[in-house]
Design a protein around this ligand. Structure first.
Ligand code: OAA
Ligand code: MG
Length: 129
């Protein structure tokens, strides 16, 4: 069984210290308490097994999390669907593309919203590709 990387006690302290959120390349515990914190936490699952504390760790060094390389200064963005890492050097390019994508999604929804014929045309179009 995997051991927890953290639980509601440690996460509560992180929140109080002003940390914006936590991404764990592993599992956490104390789910009910973690949810009650209303603090962003991303993890692979949950467990009952407590953490095995192992030293101080390091700050401001490149890491690998979930198989993704992350350097100090990179943006970590998460929502209900998951987490992405945006390299600092690509920040503006990714933001620009994300805004374009949001706009085209809005247009796509507006085109079919409440319109049966448009929905059928849209489905035909998607299935013909
Ligand atoms: O397993 C641990 O010691 C971590 C824990 O429960 C917590 O932070 O609440
Ligand atoms: Mg605990």
């Amino acid at each position: 069984m995997y051991r927890a990387m953290t639980g509601d006690f440690i996460l509560g302290m992180a929140q109080t210290l002003g940390i914006a959120g936590v991404v764990v390349d592993g599992v956490i515990r104390d789910v009910r308490g973690c949810k009650a914190l209303n603090f962003p936490v991303f993890c692979k699952g949950t467990t009952v097994a407590p953490c095995g504390k192992a030293g101080m760790g390091e700050l401001h060094v490149p890491i690998s999390c979930g198989g993704v390389s992350i350097s100090p200064g990179d943006l970590i963005v998460g929502d209900a669907d998951g987490v992405v890492v945006i390299p600092q050097t690509m920040e503006n390019e990714v933001l620009e593309k994300a805004l374009e994508r949001m706009k085209s999604e809005e247009q796509r929804v507006a085109k079919v919203s409440g319109k049966r014929e448009e929905i059928l045309r849209c489905i035909d179009n998607m299935l013909s590709k």
